[in-house]
Design a binder for this molecule. Structure first.
Ligand SMILES: Nc1ncnc2c1ncn2[C@@H]1O[C@H](COP(=O)(O)OP(=O)(O)OP(=O)(O)O)[C@@H](O)[C@H]1O
Ligand SMILES: [Mg+2]
Length: 250
């Protein structure tokens, strides 16, 4: 997969290669629906270095998905600052943001979010099509990615012809096919049995060992314990090394 002229250059991080990839400074998010305002994030400050594997754990409604959407540049804070690889996200153009989302960040969602009418490899090649790669290279790279997640024998299957665990592995292949710097996973094991969940967590471990920065969102302390650093989130506020989960950390 290496050596392509299309490969994204390494991140130029503030403070060198071990510098922070993600820096949130007092980020808030308020959703307004009619006259009701919900403060989903109430002042979140956070720094994540390149290569860290961080779990964010908290109960339903605590702001986890809101945080992931902001980290993934899918939504913007109401106030506060987000710097991604040293750059203020609020200063980036829509084109620059699209480029970041497509090439720098790989997403894995609880609901897999695969296109039902497309085969596994066609789902995996989609981000490469957006990145403008030629068909032969797209196909080769998506086949490689599917082999990496143990699905070389299922490349022509559609999502409906795959088990839940296999579908999520296709989603992981889609997230890693662009060789992103940052992988954001929101409850990636939420719809899986424990065996398939274990497979997905092993893949996360491999990505971490390969130097990727990972943020894994979960409400399950067992899942969070796969990471090196656990942040609790409660009612829109983060707690570093949350006592409630700390004992589970490796
Ligand atoms: N688009 C929206 N409009 C209005 N309110 C929202 C919106 N999205 C989320 N909220 C509210 O913000 C709060 C945080 O929601 P969020 O989806 O971030 O929680 P979560 O921690 O991911 O929960 P879960 O574990 O159930 O997925 C909730 O009270 C929710 O009702
Ligand atoms: Mg959520």
């Amino acid at each position: 997969m290496d050596g392509s002229e299309h490969d994204t250059p390494p991140l130029d991080l503030p403070g060198g290669p071990d510098g922070p990839v993600i820096e949130l400074d007092k980020v808030t998010k308020v959703y307004r629906t009619g006259s009701i305002a919900v403060a989903a994030l109430r002042g979140v400050s956070l720094s994540i270095r390149q290569g860290e594997y961080v779990a964010v754990i908290g109960p339903s409604g605590s702001g986890k998905s809101t945080l992931m959407h902001i980290l993934g540049c899918l939504d913007t804070p109401t106030s506060g600052a987000y710097r991604l690889a040293g750059e203020h996200v609020s200063d980036m153009s829509e084109a620059a943001l699209a480029e970041v989302r497509n090439r720098r960040i790989g997403f894995v969602f609880q609901q897999f979010n695969l296109l039902a009418s497309m085969s596994a490899w066609q789902n995996v090649e989609l981000p490469l099509a957006y990145a403008g790669l030629h068909r032969a290279e797209r196909k080769e790279r998506s086949m490689d990615a599917l082999a990496r997640v143990g699905l070389a024998g299922r490349v022509h299957h559609r999502p409906g012809e795959l088990s839940g665990g296999q579908q999520q592995r296709v989603a992981v292949a889609r997230a890693l096919v662009t060789e992103p710097d940052l992988i954001l996973a929101d409850e990636p094991t939420g719809n899986l049995d424990s065996l398939s969940a274990g497979d997905v967590l092993s893949l996360m471990d491999e990505l971490h060992e390969a130097g990727r920065t990972l943020v894994l969102i979960t409400h399950d302390a067992g899942v969070a314990s796969a990471s090196g650093r656990v942040l609790g989130i409660h009612d829109g506020l983060l707690t570093e090394n949350d006592d409630r989960y700390h004992e589970h950390v490796r």
